[in-house]
Design a protein around this ligand. Structure first.
Ligand SMILES: Nc1ncnc2c1ncn2[C@@H]1O[C@H](COP(=O)(O)OP(=O)(O)O)[C@@H](O)[C@H]1O
Ligand SMILES: O=P(O)(O)OC[C@H](O)CO
Length: 515
């Protein structure tokens, strides 16, 4: 930690937010306000129904361009880039990248967390002896969602990947590990690390020890002497993530790293057990801080790491993961031209009073928490000659709210605690209609901060804490508190229950389509 940083107000922290549909770089001041930013959408590759890939090199380019764009904006405002003391990384989780450790080149496209090509493979693995004990070790239910299935598919189907593995040259990583590796100059420095919030999404990490577990690796019939896994290091650290090797911020240290949902919890300052946040991005993810010991769900949720800021500052979370949220809105826009952009969907939904009897189970990747139905696919119920586009727009927004309602009910059963309020963020939370519907359905207040880049803020906090931009989390308490919007329940509880009953019926009916 440099003395010039400690206590000084004229310092800034950069944050790389590498999401499922776009990459951003934001520069935050010490008050947690974004002063400059740049965002780039990159290509979504869908080679077949159910497959979803990204180009790992395009992701790197998008990060480099975002850094350049935001720094330019920052300098235009009269700031010097020398004031940027550190950079944090936050990223889409589970998405799997494999590369050749000798050359640093990717061996296949990244397989995205939403991808369902591993459905049959996972079903076979579920039959193995010991499959029912996995969740007690790694916190995750066996499904198409974690990285492990994607890696096993690559080993079975891509000869180059298998060859590299046999030679002991196969590097496997989630997006955080890939970014850190490449931003450090790849083979030049070979910085090959991942933080526990990301590593906990692979199925290889033991949730109690925060290290790889041979029981898990053996169960998946992988040879740890052949597979190169990134070293698991804490989420906020002054040294372990290296430095930016090139570009306008060359030499600036990377000092924070968090999976995007953990970063959002940190950005919402969910540091105390009992606090929860729900992020409505491409998917939607509810994280509930359970304290410094892991909780293993028995009601369809995931046990995961909230953040690891070092000894005595490590927290766990229960998570409810919804595969499709904002992506369903994008689907109506891109595939059917319902409106010209996602931010117009509420307008369309407001042209009608209710869903007109329609329920849309947006199971494009099967249904995740708390249902885990891998063979469900997107299905709309209740269409009649009366149905208008507005009804479908409303049913689309409601689908994420219903799944959140189901997750909260599971969370109450797992934790024995009823949530008093829900902090929200992410692209889809911009819809007032959606947030009001959410509050109506869950019957508690929904709190939306004024500054919604909480994911990027969380990574900036992790990075800033490591270099003394902030000395402790107590110093963060006033950040992003002013100007919040509170959505209070306006619907009768009986009506909310009735609507949820119809949703649950639709979920049951959606089973089995892709079996
Ligand atoms: N006003 C809005 N109403 C509803 N959905 C929206 C709105 N604005 C953005 N979205 C949705 O939010 C998603 C983008 O949110 P974001 O938090 O940037 O996601 P990610 O981090 O996953 O890339 C898109 O899928 C988009 O359809
Ligand atoms: O891109 P998002 O914000 O929907 O987040 C993706 C998640 O990290 C997947 O687990």
């Amino acid at each position: 930690m440099g003395d010039t940083t400690k206590g000084s107000h004229d310092v800034f922290v950069g944050s790389i937010d590498q999401g499922t549909t776009s990459t951003r770089f934001l520069i935050f001041n010490r008050d947690g306000e974004p002063v400059a930013s740049h965002q780039i959408e990159f290509k979504q590759i869908y080679p077949q129904s159910g497959w979803h890939e990204h180009d790992p090199l395009e992701i790197i380019t998008s990060v480099e361009q975002c850094i350049e764009g935001a720094v330019k904006d920052f300098e235009t405002q009269g700031h010097s880039s020398a004031k940027i003391k550190a950079v944090g990384i936050t990223n889409q989780r589970e998405t799997t990248v494999v590369w050749d450790y000798e050359t640093g080149e990717p061996l296949y496209n990244a397989i995205v967390w939403t991808d369902t090509r591993t459905q049959a493979l996972i079903r076979k693995i579920k039959l193995r002896l010991g499959a029912d004990r996995l969740q007690e070790l790694c916190g995750l239910p066996l499904s198409t969602y974690p990285s492990v299935g994607k890696l096993l598919w690559l080993l079975e189907n891509v000869p180059k990947v298998k060859e590299a593995y046999e030679k002991g040259n196969l590097a496997f990583g989630t997006i955080d590990a890939w970014l850190v590796y490449r931003l450090n100059g790849a083979t030049k420095k070979n910085v090959f690390v991942s933080d526990p919030t990301n590593a906990s999404r692979t199925c290889f990490m033991n949730l109690r020890t925060l290290d790889y577990d041979d029981q898990l690796i053996d169960f998946f019939r992988l040879d740890s002497s052949k597979l190169r896994l990134p070293k698991i290091v804490q989420s906020s650290h002054p040294e372990v993530y290296g430095k930016l090797e090139s570009g306008v911020l060359k030499g600036v240290p990377i000092t924070g790293c968090l999976g995007d949902q953990s970063a959002a919890l940190v950005g919402q300052k969910g540091f105390t057990p009992g606090l929860a946040k729900n992020t409505y991005g491409t998917g939607c993810f509810l994280l509930y801080n359970v304290g410094d010991q892991p909780v293993f769900s028995t009601h369809g949720l995931l046990g995961t790491v909230a953040y690891d800021f070092g000894k005595g500052k490590r927290m766990y979370a229960l998570e409810g993961s919804i595969a499709v949220a904002g992506s369903s809105v994008k689907f109506l826009v891109d595939n059917f031209g319902f409106v010209e952009s996602s931010n117009k969907i509420s307008e369309l939904a407001s042209t009608v009073e209710d869903n007109g009897g329609c329920v849309f189970v947006t199971a494009f990747s099967g249904l995740f928490a708390p249902y885990w139905i891998d063979d469900a696919r997107g299905t709309i119920y209740g269409i009649t000659a009366y149905t208008q586009r507005g009804h479908l727009a409303r049913a689309t927004l409601e689908a994420t709210c219903f799944q959140t309602q189901a997750i909260l009910s599971a969370m109450e059963k797992d934790s024995g605690h009823k949530l008093a309020e829900l902090a929200v963020d992410g692209g889809m939370s911009n819809s007032d209609l959606c947030m009001q519907t959410q509050s109506d359905l869950i019957q508690i207040p929904v709190i939306r901060p004024k500054m919604r880049e909480t994911t990027a803020l969380g990574a900036a906090i992790a990075a800033g804490l490591a270099v003394g931009v902030w000395d402790s989390i107590d110093e963060l308490k006033d950040i992003n508190v002013e100007g919040r919007t509170v959505f209070k329940p306006q619907m009768e509880e009986a009506k909310s229950k009735e609507m949820f009953g119809r949703w649950e019926k639709a979920v049951q009916m959606s089973k089995g389509w892709s079996s």
